[in-house]
Design a protein around this ligand. Structure first.
Ligand SMILES: [Zn+2]
Length: 189
């Protein structure tokens, strides 16, 4: 009888839809990263974006309200390669959230997933502003979008520790990868 009751309880719990409390609180620095995180995370992620799509991602207006958003974050996705170097570090420091500090389980650095181009052989400002670690605008190549989607999926699973989410994410990233491969074959006029 006890076993039957337990089984009934488990079935009842499984039927309860995932509420907001069950969702990962994901913050993405830019709109393109947020779009990928939303597609990958599905129901498992509530995604907030810091930079407006119209803002230069190198020069984002770092509003104090972002500190609270980052304080509550389970996951922070950054473009990396110094894209946000001018404004993100002080916000993260002020947020006092160990999950999203550099090296924290909830910190996803998207540039780690791609091979950066245009890495300078020497650093000086004689040719204007530089990308010290290579071009951080790598999402202009849609194939890199698939690689970043994979990295975000892995990062969310590590944070969430959930096999069901893993299966869901693998399905999402697999279908996205197909889409991205296809996009490479499109001939642009
Ligand atoms: Zn740039």
């Amino acid at each position: 009888m006890r076993i039957m009751l337990t089984t009934t309880l488990l079935l009842a719990l499984a039927a309860v839809p995932a509420g907001a409390a069950d969702r990962l609180n994901v913050v993405a620095t830019t709109a393109d990263l947020a779009a990928i995180a939303t597609a990958v995370g599905g129901d498992a992620a509530e995604v907030t974006t810091v930079a407006r799509p119209t803002e230069d991602p190198h020069f984002v207006d770092a509003k104090p309200s972002f500190i609270r958003v980052l304080n509550q974050a389970d996951v922070l996705i950054e473009g990396g390669a110094a894209l946000e170097a001018g404004w993100l570090p002080p916000l993260v420091d002020s947020a006092r959230n160990p999950r999203i500090q550099v090296g924290g389980a909830g910190r996803i650095v998207a540039s780690d997933a791609v091979t950066l181009k245009d890495v300078p052989t020497r650093l000086d400002r004689s040719q204007g502003d530089v990308h010290p670690y290579g071009n951080p605008h790598y999402l202009l190549d849609p194939v890199n979008g698939g690689l970043v989607a994979d990295a975000i999926a892995r990062g969310l699973v590590i944070t969430h520790q959930c096999q069901r989410l893993l299966a869901q994410l693998q399905h999402h990233t697999e279908s996205m990868r197909v889409d991205y491969r296809h996009s490479r074959q499109i001939k642009y006029q």
